[in-house]
Structure formats: structure tokens, C-alpha cells
Design a protein around this ligand. Structure first.
Ligand SMILES: Cc1cc2nc3c(=O)[nH]c(=O)nc-3n(C[C@H](O)[C@H](O)[C@H](O)COP(=O)(O)O)c2cc1C
Length: 185
């Protein structure tokens, strides 16, 4: 059974509907750790050793967040900048993440059509998250196609929200149970 680390990154958790529902769907699952970055580091003073130890203890690393200005909320960038040290995450002696699975779970206001070359956003989600894919490669991790919930700008009807939450739970269980392998992207 793979150990899953979900780095939950929502700067306004109390107002969240979609991420809150996704998170609730995986709470308490065996072998799944929730690491709430904004709760743990409200002042952005990330404990590098703690985060590195958490990564080392898990086989799969996931960031769960709402898309903000086509990117992850800022604490995710701070986490990447500080935690992925040379000699630990990458470089000739940096092998701590080698072979681990890496992916994202993203919710976005814009719908699938808007995230096309012809659409209002002009770029696909995969193009916009390409720094994460490159990071996965640099750190010799295995990239997994992200879980996305798009078109949530007006919220989602309760039934659809429950379906998305159920889909996310299945995604996490499949990662945990080795059904998803990942690959160099
Ligand atoms: C500051 C801010 C920036 C946002 N930027 C984007 C964006 O670039 N693209 C997009 O599709 N949605 C964007 N949104 C919409 C959020 O992605 C959406 O509200 C969120 O995924 C809903 O999840 P929640 O209910 O967990 O907050 C933005 C929302 C906020 C508040």
C-alpha cells in the first residue's frame, strides 16, 4: 500500500466549497496523510526539515489547491522554493524524491473549453502546470496526470459536488493501491 501525502493549500479554507468537499472525501483514509500548509504555516515560515521528512515517509506527493491566477496559491511556491533543496531533491546527491509519484489536484473556475488554445484562457491546464511537470522530471519523480475539477466559478450543484468528491476519493485510493503507476513526463 502506497503512503500518500496530500499537501492541502487553500488560503481561505473557511470559504471553500469544492476543495473542502474533496478534502472531506479523503479524511481518515488509511495510509493517507493530510498536511494543511496554510494551517501549519500562517506566517509562511515553512519548517523545511519537517516537510522533507514527510516527503521521505510517503510514496506519493500531491498538492490539492484552487487555481489562482493560473497558478497555485503562493504558499505552494514558497514550499517548492524552500523544501526542494539541492543535494536533497535534485543534483548528483539529491535522490530523496527519486521514484516517488507526484501529482496535483486542482479546482478551477474556468471550464474545460476555456482551457484550450482557442478558449478564453488560451492555454491548457497541462501547459499552465508545466513547471510542476518539469520539477517532477528534475527530481526523478514519476508524474501522474492531475485530478481536476473545472468550471466551478458559480459553485457546483450538490449532486455534482458529491460525484466529484467521490471521484477524488477513487483517484486517491487508486494511487494508494498501486493502480496508477506514473512515469517520467
Ligand atoms: C484570487 C483568485 C484567483 C483565481 N484565479 C483563477 C484562475 O486563474 N483560473 C480559474 O479558472 N479560476 C480562478 N479562480 C477561481 C477559483 O479557482 C475557484 O473559486 C476555486 O477553485 C473554487 O474552489 P473552493 O470552493 O475550494 O474555493 C480564482 C479565484 C480567486 C479567489
Amino acid at each position: 500500500m502506497n503512503k500518500i501525502l496530500i499537501n492541502f493549500s487553500h488560503p481561505a479554507k473557511s470559504k471553500s466549497k469544492i476543495n473542502a468537499a474533496l478534502l472531506k472525501a479523503v479524511l481518515g483514509l488509511e495510509s493517507v496523510t493530510i498536511n494543511d500548509l496554510y494551517d501549519n504555516y500562517p506566517d509562511f515560515m515553512i519548517d523545511i526539515r519537517r516537510e522533507q521528512a514527510l516527503c521521505e515517509e510517503h510514496d506519493v506527493i500531491i498538492f490539492l489547491y484552487p487555481f489562482y491566477w493560473y497558478q497555485a496559491p503562493s504558499i505552494v511556491k514558497e514550499w517548492l522554493d524552500l523544501v526542494l533543496e539541492h543535494g536533497w531533491a535534485y543534483g548528483s546527491k539529491g535522490k530523496s524524491l527519486k521514484g516517488k509519484l507526484f501529482t496535483l489536484a486542482i479546482t478551477a473556475g474556468g471550464d474545460g473549453l476555456s482551457y484550450t488554445k482557442e478558449g478564453v484562457n488560451g492555454f491548457t491546464i497541462n501547459e499552465l502546470i508545466s513547471p510542476f511537470i518539469a520539477t517532477s522530471n528534475l527530481c526523478s519523480m514519476r508524474w501522474v496526470e492531475p485530478f481536476t475539477v473545472l468550471g466551478v466559478h458559480r459553485g457546483l450543484p450538490e449532486k455534482q459536488l458529491l460525484t466529484e468528491a467521490e471521484n477524488f476519493r477513487s483517484f486517491i485510493l487508486n494511487l494508494r493501491d498501486g493502480e496508477i503507476k506514473g512515469e517520467r513526463a
